[in-house]
Design a binder for this molecule. Structure first.
Ligand code: DX5
Ligand code: ZN
Length: 213
């Protein structure tokens, strides 16, 4: 299991320090939550702050867009060369076109599904994706409780990706901790995002390690 701590739970007054700390603590990716105040009822950070994160990070960035105008934000963040950019299928009229655009910029494309979106939406997109991100909370805030229905959904998606694109990773975001990590592993999840669990832990390296099962 790979771990992407979400910097949404970091101390923004000491952002570079916190980014360095999670990278030195053995995380696999740095998860960056971009919210526009429209698609979700919260507003986070833009390219100026994300570029400071990219500078401090020694691990690849995993940018999670929670925005209305996906193409605009993809173009804004592409120069920072993240490993992944993920966008919500609920907010995109032309997901296939946007996947191609992200790939043409040298970035791995990923699609995010809200808790109520069925994995079958991806039947004709999975072959072109490098990762699918399943939300296990409603997007917008850190520190929410894990929604258990993501487990059968991940299981179904695991069967689909084994059939259509075995190289596509499955990532889960929201309410992840040592309490649900084994269940996530059992249904085929490859990457977890963890915000409050990692940042509230006294020992971040230990918290990250407890999820890398
Ligand atoms: C929620 C974000 C998450 C969030 C996770 O919209 O996408 O990445 O920061 O935080 P925790 O792990 O605290 O649920
Ligand atoms: Zn996220």
């Amino acid at each position: 299991m790979q771990v992407a701590p979400s910097i949404l739970s970091a101390d923004f007054g000491n952002l570079a320090r916190d980014v360095k700390e999670i990278c030195d603590s053995g995380c696999n990716f740095v998860h960056v939550d971009v919210m526009d105040g429209h698609f979700v009822p919260n507003l986070t950070i833009g390219p100026v702050v994300v570029s400071a994160i990219a500078k401090a990070a020694t691990k690849p960035l995993d940018i999670h867009l929670m925005v209305e105008n996906n193409t605009f934000f993809v173009e804004l963040f592409a120069p920072l060369k993240p490993a992944y950019i993920s966008f919500h299928i609920e907010e995109e009229k032309h997901p296939h076109r946007l996947i191609q655009k992200i790939r043409s910029l040298g970035i791995k494309p990923a699609i995010v599904l809200n808790p109520n979106t069925i994995p079958e939406e991806l039947e004709y997109l999975l072959a072109d994706l490098d990762m699918v991100l399943l939300m296990s909370v409603n997007p917008g805030f850190g520190g929410q409780s894990f929604i258990n229905t993501v487990l059968p959904k991940a299981k179904k998606l695991n069967e689909m990706r084994n059939r259509l694109n075995p190289n596509c990773l499955i990532e889960v975001d929201g309410g992840v901790s040592d309490k649900n990590i084994q269940a996530l592993k059992d249904v085929g999840v490859d990457v977890v995002v963890a915000g409050s669990y990692v940042f509230k832990h006294q020992n971040k390296a230990q918290a990250i390690k407890s999820l890398q099962i």
